[in-house]
Design a protein around this ligand. Sequence first.
Ligand SMILES: Nc1ncnc2c1ncn2[C@@H]1O[C@H](COP(=O)(O)OP(=O)(O)OP(=O)(O)O)[C@@H](O)[C@H]1O
Ligand SMILES: [Mg+2]
Length: 654
Amino acid sequence: MPGLEETTEIRREEDLVQKIQGSDSTNVVHTTLQTDERVIARVTDGIYRQPASALRELINNAYDADATRVVIKTDAPRFERISVEDDGHGMTPASLAHMLLHIGGSAKRQEVGQRLGITNSADPLVSPDGRKLIGKIGIGIFSVAQLTHTFQIVTKVKGDKFRTIATVALKQYSDDAIKSDDSSDQYESGKVNIWREKAKDVGVHGTTIILTNIRPQARDTLRSREIWSAIEQSENTAVVDEHQAIEPPKYHIGRVDASGELLKKIKGKTSNIPWQGSDKPDEAFKKLVECVWDELQNFNPNPQLDKIFDYYLQMVWQLSLAIPLTYVDGNIFDMDLVGWAEAFKIANEPKGGASTLKLKSKVSVREILGLKEGAIEDKFEVFFDDLKLFRPIKFKGLPTPNHSIKNPMVFLGKCREEFEKYSVDLSGGPLEFEAYLFWTPKVAPTEHRGSLIRINGSSGTLFDSSFMRYQVSEQTRLRQITCEIFIQQGFDSALNIDRESFNYAHPHSVFLTRWLHSALRQLATAQKRVASDIRGQNRDEQKSQDLNAIQKIAFELWQEEVEDEDSTPPTVIIEDEGPQQKLIPNADLAFNRAVIVPRKDGYRTAKGDVRSSLLDEKLKAIVQVLSTFGLLDGLSKSKQERLLRAIYKILETA
Ligand SMILES: Nc1ncnc2c1ncn2[C@@H]1O[C@H](COP(=O)(O)OP(=O)(O)OP(=O)(O)O)[C@@H](O)[C@H]1O
Ligand SMILES: [Mg+2]
């Protein structure tokens, strides 16, 4: 028997459903968002911090509604308005009413969800068409609060002659407002106007969320204001000292002036994006991914997204990693690795070792190991302005600079733990997952070094470069690994409500952490074994390339510091001419001599030539020493050049 309060609550909801049914644009229903808990009321005011988180949540909702296509449109680079349109099932007046009156009380994974048609009638854990649901709490949609306080929901279900429109004005809390609101146990989170409009096409279904009046702070973030104002300031002082100039991000969508109207030119262009306006959305996205890998060829050994991209491009990238998408060049599980990668199976026993996987051509590792993740083709396409999003992770055809192992090594695993010794309340039930650890000499961008956990395809955490706090000092090897863990069952209860962090003490986290650390140990052992085999084969070769005394210093330091005897320090070249440098393969760092070496007038002597080639050798070794400690990575090319010029001058001084 429901209590008195509950019955009023139910009546209120039924009442609202009826009112919505009878509404039109002249007869608008007014209601308020209500929550039972003060803490949940505050959710609308900011547990999600990044614009990407809000978009991630809206896309996750479209996914849960069985959408096959989501279209996000922004008015970049101005960012006054953002819309997210999907072709999912839409919301009936009853689902909408439930959503508005139960913030924090999701209908997903509940019986009520089955009644409302939000979940599958046979299983409340999956969507009507059978997707494993991402949503569980009932707050995700309010993540838009950090972008705007006013938004509109336009939604329609198939067969309905009307579409339902709701405009939401979220309440902005001050601490006082919360305190004075003590008259009831209900907390008001905002005001909503709802009406119904006749639809042209009865068969259409889907939901569009329109965010307007983007908050100034969020707009500034989206406009990369921090980056641009720092550059502007340095430009102003640059009149006095050009060396202080901060480099703009290599790729950006453009910069508006303070009025938000005028596009400003940067290096003679209003924007610099890696794709062309005429590119198809999927080609455009491929170019975005390619430009990051190209950095390696452009002598940037550690391409960092937050150095080469403005905020918008970083956000697109982050979003592509977070949502359930297919991979830009295909899923590693579906690839035939013959001829370009080595594959290993991770043992689940604590002291086990990785075993070499016998590969066959035209047979995927999915078939060999019976991997389930991503096996069912499920069309879910997401478009973001010019781009069609994919997981921006590449496996095939990657560069392998200065390392004796030329092929990537792929470690695959799957595991299920029943937690039989614990009660379900304590353990959260069984845990099941699949994973790959992809080792390659160079992982780009640097943000992909680490492990990422996906639950039902979605992740809010991005790559964890500590690999769940792995305490072993194999820093170099860890920087060469991208790992994704796909949860198939469990772990959900270990995830915090913003989906952006999880509870390390939860039995599922403890188990997964132990598994991952064991997998890393297995990877290290196998990788050392392969490397030593290759060393054996190459022994004669290596002897022949004997190093001079200067080179030896840099080489030996690298081996000591980097603790990876199969890699060598980056190759450095000092070239006479600029552009064709790019044609030299396997050079990691290249500098233009004319920029670094002060021009000498007068005739050159043979003695002078010997001396300058010795200086070259010394300078190259110094560059290697600096990059051994990662000291060049944070510097722009022009700063690197100025540093080398100064060092050269010192070396040159008699
Ligand atoms: N694009 C959409 N299509 C259909 N229904 C939607 C859509 N967006 C939201 N909803 C409805 O609104 C409800 C609230 O969404 P919200 O994201 O706040 O919570 P949730 O997805 O249930 O859980 P979580 O907080 O874990 O995301 C959903 O349960 C769903 O019924
Ligand atoms: Mg949600």
